[in-house]
Design a protein around this ligand. Structure first.
Ligand code: SAH
Length: 249
């Protein structure tokens, strides 16, 4: 089971300038990437976009369009968000080379995505919650935000290098151990949150911090689909026991 750079999705969220979308397509094509997904944002076939794509307009024509980030990430076994900013509660952080290595390795098991935010606002915390890791390109702390297409270029270059550095047959998962998809993980976190509220471990008035910490823990473990099934089974049993008690009370 080999990986191909075509399995790696570049997801642009709410891009406001068509020129940037075109420049991203060019940056991708230079590095052998072809799968561009757009969530809302500007017209990818506007004249500025075509001009800046400079021959990579096939990526624009074939771009997948989504109205939500969730649908752009459906089925992904690994999602990495990119951000220039330091966050109050850190998501597990990777440097560009580590992020590229993860993407190339996990692309053998399913679709993987690298997500970029809008020019002015970047990715929101809620959007980063959909990501297992955050990658930051090291830059001058006084001026650390790169142009969107420049950020795509740096990370696409690292992916290209990682793909070419990889020797065949290395470190692929044992058969049957398919990694959980983003959707499976999100469903698990939602189930976990419901149960934690039900057992009064989680205070619904202040839920975010705990769930982010737990998400971080589970994401570090990179659970496979069977493991997520076991965890879901435990939650279902807790709910059944709670129900039994409230019925007999
Ligand atoms: N003011 C925004 C910057 C957005 S730049 C912010 O503070 O987040 C547009 C996008 O380019 C970002 O959302 C991110 O995906 C990417 N980007 C820019 N600079 C980056 C950096 N140093 N490291 C990683 N991604 C970066």
């Amino acid at each position: 089971m080999g990986m191909s750079l075509a399995d790696i999705r570049i997801v642009l969220v709410r891009t406001s300038h068509p020129g940037n979308i075109g420049a991203c397509a060019r940056a991708m094509k230079n590095m052998g990437l072809s799968r561009l997904s757009l969530v809302a944002g500007a017209d990818e076939c506007a004249p500025d976009a075509i001009a800046r794509a400079a021959g990579a307009d096939d990526l624009l024509v074939n771009a997948e369009k989504h109205t939500t980030l969730e649908s752009a990430l459906a089925g992904c076994v690994l999602v990495i968000g990119s951000s220039a900013r330091e966050r109050a509660i850190a998501w597990p952080a990777l440097d560009p080379a580590e992020a590229a290595k993860q993407l190339v390795t996990k692309a053998e098991e399913g679709a993987v995505a690298l997500v970029f935010g809008a020019e002015r606002t970047g990715l929101s915390n809620e959007e980063l919650d959909r990501c297992q890791f955050v990658v930051t390109i090291p830059a001058d702390p006084a001026f650390s935000s790169l142009n969107l297409a420049a950020a795509v270029q740096v990370l696409a270059y690292e992916v290209y290098r990682a793909a070419n550095a990889r020797s065949p047959g290395q470190a692929s998962a044992p058969p049957g151990a398919r990694l959980a998809t983003n959707t499976e993980l999100q469903n698990y976190y939602e189930h976990l949150e419901r149960v934690l509220v039900a057992i009064e471990f989680l205070d619904p008035d202040n839920p975010r911090k705990l769930m982010r910490r737990l998400t971080r823990l589970y994401n570090r473990a990179m659970p496979d689909a069977n493991e997520i099934n076991i965890l879901r089974g435990i939650l279902t049993e807790i709910e059944r026991q709670l129900q039994k008690r409230s019925d007999t009370a």
